[in-house]
Design a binder for this molecule. Structure first.
Ligand SMILES: Cc1cc2nc3c(=O)[nH]c(=O)nc-3n(C[C@H](O)[C@H](O)[C@H](O)COP(=O)(O)OP(=O)(O)OC[C@H]3O[C@@H](n4cnc5c(N)ncnc54)[C@H](O)[C@@H]3O)c2cc1C
Length: 478
């Protein structure tokens, strides 16, 4: 019998698990896909928003501000990349000025540090490549960039290091309440459930409550990812003024020195993550309005992610009317930024439930100081590289030439808790295939390493989702 089952291994579920793993609880994370972070968490703008955007009196506003402030400590604990590079919302004309002022005032009510409206000369000094017509910008120094999937992977790994269990490839399709307990899929017994199923959170809740009071509608956002050669195009996260559809188009550096451009916002079916000519065309036009010399010919990948738009307009984070069942639903943007604060809020709801049941949560168990950092060979000095090779000769074998990833890094990514099981899973963790050739050279080598390390045939190695086999037909054994 588990104390808590968390449904969904996105950034919300993973950080909730990480937080609850500090207590002596039996925890299980159930995920329908074959890896952690396969929903909205793997395909978004990767920004830790400063927090001036969502209304000051909403849960989104409060948790964004709180979550942003928690990121430095969390990045240190979980060893994921995080840089506060600051953001600029660019404006021109009186209408934009009014919009920027509203954002500024909203931000002040949320105590967002360092907000300023900057004048023309200052913004062109800070960003020499933006269109000369921009007249001012809202500057937020606390906005940052991260690697969203790595936040979730690190949190899951940390929770598992503390004893939490992760069940992949398991879609929750049935929940029955018997007395005080729940039975999931006819087999998994738990005292409580935390529903963090992203765009499917309404479907999950409907399994236990026929009179569900919210719905989730999916909204897709599409992106360009430019080669590192375009790095330096912009120094900050650049937004256009917001429209009713979202925060406006962004151009931003990524945590690894690429440039990300997007997203648009279109209504789609759930999990509809294809990209379209029309959508990308709109993104491109908006990008060129911001940065006229934007080198879109350096594009190396397009992708899209689907937002979980709640019918209530705000995050839904509460114990439902089914006692012991907590919804963490409608976690649209800025859900990544807010995630640490969402996890803290859920911890407090869980604590209240335990007090009501007379089984107090505490005391916290002893936790390790921090997650073991990944060793990124390409980031080491020459002396450190020699030392790394002396410790593990597989660091002398560069598998991915673009990103300089070694075989030892890939093996480590596979064998950690919440380790990689697919080609893209390895790519998200240590980046072979994330460079200019997008895996053209290293893909087959990573397939062979995955097969060897997992003890499976190369024909069984998947690219991404279940059944997406990389190879088919007769592959000869070496
Ligand atoms: C285009 C776009 C841009 C964004 N940009 C930003 C940004 O820059 N900054 C920011 O703060 N936020 C941003 N967001 C929002 C952010 O990505 C999300 O708020 C966050 O990733 C939500 O995480 P989650 O864990 O709640 O959901 P998800 O990551 O979607 O995870 C839900 C998980 O539940 C699993 N699941 C679903 N159904 C079942 C089932 N029946 N059984 C088992 N498992 C199930 C899914 O497979 C999935 O892994 C953006 C979102 C999008 C789409």
């Amino acid at each position: 019998m588990f104390d808590w089952v968390i449904i969904g291994a996105g950034v919300s579920g993973a950080l909730i698990a990480q937080r609850l793993s500090a207590y002596p609880l039996k925890l299980l994370i159930i995920e329908k896909e074959n890896d952690v972070a396969c929903g909205a968490t793997k395909a978004n703008s990767a920004l830790i928003h400063a927090g001036y955007d969502a209304p000051f009196d909403s849960l989104r506003g409060r948790l964004n501000a709180e979550g942003n402030a928690m990121y430095d400590d969390l990045a240190e604990l979980l060893k994921f990349p995080f840089k506060r590079i600051g953001s600029l919302v660019l404006g021109v004309g009186a209408e934009d000025y009014t919009a920027l002022t509203k954002l500024y005032e909203n931000g002040l009510k949320l105590n967002i540090p360092g907000l300023k409206i900057l004048d023309q000369s200052r913004i062109h000094q800070m960003e020499p490549n933006i269109d000369p017509s921009f007249e001012y910008a809202l500057y937020a120094p606390t906005a940052g960039i991260t690697e969203p999937w790595e936040v979730a992977i690190a949190a899951c790994e940390y929770a598992m290091d503390q004893g939490a269990k992760l069940l992949l490839n398991t879609e929750v399709t049935e929940i029955v309440k018997i007395g005080e307990h729940f039975i999931i899929n006819g087999a998994i017994e738990t005292k409580g459930i935390i529903n963090a199923a992203g765009v499917h959170a309404d479907d999950i809740y409907r399994l236990i409550d026929g009179e569900i009071s919210f719905a989730i509608s999916p909204r897709r956002g599409e992106y360009f990812l430019l080669d590192k050669e375009a790095g330096g195009l912009v120094n900050h996260i650049l937004f256009t003024c917001p429209t009713y559809k979202g925060k406006g188009t962004i151009i931003a550096p990524t945590a690894h020195g690429n440039i990300i451009i997007g997203p648009n916002s279109e209504k789609v079916e759930k999990d509809y993550v294809n990209t379209t000519f029309e959508g990308l065309h709109d993104v491109k036009q908006n990008a060129l309005k911001m940065v006229p010399n934007c080198p879109l010919h350096l594009n190396i990948a397009n992708f899209s992610g689907v937002r979980a738009e709640p019918s209530t307009g705000d995050f839904i984070i509460e114990e439902s009317r089914i006692p012991g069942f907590i919804n963490v639903a409608g976690i649209k943007s800025p859900g990544l930024s807010a995630a640490p604060a969402i996890a803290k809020m859920v911890e407090s709801i869980v604590s209240d439930i335990h007090s009501r049941r007379g089984t107090a949560l505490g005391p916290m168990i002893q936790t390790p100081i921090s997650r073991r950092a990944r060793l990124h060979f390409s980031e080491l000095s020459e002396a450190e590289k020699i030392k790394a090779i002396a410790q593990d000769a597989k660091h002398a074998h560069i598998v991915c030439r673009c990103e300089q990833v070694t075989e030892a890094e890939i093996i480590d990514a596979i064998h950690r808790n919440a380790g990689a099981r697919t080609l893209n899973g390895v790519k998200r963790r240590v980046r072979p295939g994330a460079g200019r050739c997008q895996g053209g050279f290293c893909g087959p080598k990573v397939v062979a390493i995955l097969a060897r390390e997992l003890g499976i045939h190369r024909n069984e190695v998947e690219q991404e989702r279940k059944g997406s086999f990389v190879l088919s037909g007769g592959v000869q054994d070496e």
